[in-house]
Every structure is written in structure tokens, then in C-alpha cells.
Design a protein around this ligand. Structure first.
Ligand code: FES
Length: 111
């Protein structure tokens, strides 16, 4: 099973192959934003993939279009709602400051 650890908090979980980074975050309480509900329309799920980048599902054109709108895009950037954990690998993902802020805006009770 794919394993994933979210930075900076270090929250980790195991998920079924094919689970998206966003779905994995929701399953373990990691603070990844999802203003559009995970339909590739907002970029608030923007993360940096520190380990396992090449083991993720391929970037599709619609993800490229949306991620361009994110803040401080890097070579390791992916949208959490689009990138799927498809290999029996260990992934490490840094949640961007903007994504954490978006999550807390969506869940003010968790501030
Ligand atoms: Fe909106 Fe991923 S949650 S683009």
C-alpha cells in the first residue's frame, strides 16, 4: 500500500493505491485546502512532493492549466486533488502555506 507523510506536521497514513493526495489528507486530518471540492478548479490543494514524485499519476492538461495559477510553483508542485498515489511507495508531501491557510479558512473551528 502507498504510504504518505505530510509536512510540516509529520502526519502519516497508508491508503489504497489510486487514492489522491487530497483524499489521503482528508483521511488522516492533514490540512490540505480544497476550495473547489477537488474538481481541479482552484489550486488551493497545491503541494510540493518531496519524495515519490515520479511514482504519482501523470500530470494532465487541466492540472497544468490550474497549477499555473498557484503561488510559488516549483518543479515538485502538484495539485493534491489530481495527483494519485498509485505505487507501493513512500511519499512525502509538503503542504504549501497557502493550502494550509485555505484549509483553515474552510474549517475555522480547527484554528
Ligand atoms: Fe481545487 Fe484541487 S481542490 S484544484
Amino acid at each position: 500500500m502507498p504510504k504518505i507523510r505530510f509536512l510540516p506536521d509529520g502526519i502519516a497514513t497508508e491508503v489504497a493505491a489510486g487514492t489522491s493526495i487530497l483524499e489521503a489528507a482528508r483521511s488522516c486530518g492533514a490540512h490540505v485546502g480544497s476550495a473547489c471540492g477537488g474538481v481541479c478548479a482552484c489550486s488551493t490543494c497545491h503541494v510540493y512532493v518531496k519524495a515519490g514524485f515520479d511514482e504519482l499519476s501523470e500530470v494532465q492538461e487541466n492540472e497544468e492549466d490550474i497549477i499555473e495559477k498557484a503561488f510559488d510553483v516549483k518543479a515538485t508542485s502538484r495539485l493534491g486533488c489530481q495527483a494519485r498515489l498509485q505505487a507501493d511507495a513512500t511519499y512525502e508531501v509538503e503542504i504549501t502555506a497557502e493550502s494550509r491557510k485555505a484549509f483553515l479558512d474552510e474549517h475555522p473551528d480547527l484554528r
